[in-house]
Write a protein that binds this ligand. Structure first.
Ligand code: ZN
Length: 185
C-alpha cells in the first residue's frame, strides 16, 4: 500500500483566492471522494440563532443546507472541508448522500498542488448592498467568473434538493417585511 492511499489527499494553506484554501497533496482522480463536509447537524431555527449571535454574514459561510431542511455547521465540529473555496469553474462538487452526509468529490483530474474548489452560490436573504456584494466578490479567476459568490435573490419556490451552503440567515420577521406581489387566488 502506498503512502498516498493513507494520507489525506489535501492540505490547508493560505489561498490567493480567499482566506484559507484546500490544496491537493497529490494527483486526484476524477470521481474520487476527497473529504466529508463535516460538522454538527442543526435545525434551521438553531442556524438562525447562531447566525444572529455571530454577527455579520461573512461568518456564516460554513453553513451547508441539507435536503431535510437542517443545516450542517462546518464551524462546529467541522473539518478542513469548510475551507474549500468557491470557484465559478470548480474542480470538485459537493454531493449529499441518502444518509444526509455531504462529501466532496473530484469533478475531473486534479493535479498535485492545485487548489480544490466547488461551486456554491451563497444564498443571502438580506439586501444585496454594495458592502455585501464586495464581501462576497468572487476572485476565482475563471474565464466565466460571475464576479460574485452570491446566488441571485431567491424566488419563492420550494428549496432545491441539491445541497447549497448559504451565507446568512435573517430573522423570519425581517424576511416577511419585503414587499410581496399580491397572490390571492
Ligand atoms: Zn468566480
Amino acid at each position: 500500500m502506498s503512502d498516498a492511499s493513507i494520507q489525506p489527499a489535501f492540505r490547508v494553506e493560505r489561498s490567493s483566492v480567499h482566506g484559507n484554501g484546500v490544496f491537493a497533496r497529490r494527483d486526484i482522480a476524477p470521481g474520487e471522494r476527497i473529504v466529508e463536509y463535516a460538522g454538527r447537524e442543526i435545525t434551521w431555527e438553531e442556524a438562525q440563532i447562531r447566525a444572529e449571535i455571530q454577527g455579520g454574514p461573512h461568518n456564516h459561510t460554513f453553513f451547508f443546507s441539507l435536503a431535510n431542511g437542517n443545516v450542517i455547521d462546518g464551524g462546529d465540529h467541522g473539518n478542513e472541508a469548510r475551507f474549500i473555496n468557491h470557484s465559478c469553474e470548480p474542480n470538485c462538487e459537493a454531493i449529499e448522500g441518502e444518509d444526509g452526509r455531504i462529501f466532496i468529490y473530484a469533478l475531473h483530474d486534479i493535479k498535485q498542488d492545485e487548489e480544490l474548489s466547488y461551486s456554491y452560490p451563497l444564498i443571502y436573504e438580506g439586501r444585496h448592498t454594495p458592502a455585501i456584494k464586495k464581501e462576497f466578490a468572487c476572485r476565482c479567476g475563471a474565464l466565466n467568473c460571475t464576479g460574485t459568490m452570491l446566488a441571485p435573490k431567491p424566488r419563492k419556490r420550494k428549496p432545491k434538493i441539491k445541497p447549497q451552503p448559504f451565507a446568512d440567515l435573517v430573522p423570519a420577521a425581517a424576511a416577511v417585511q419585503s414587499p410581496q406581489p399580491a397572490a390571492l387566488g
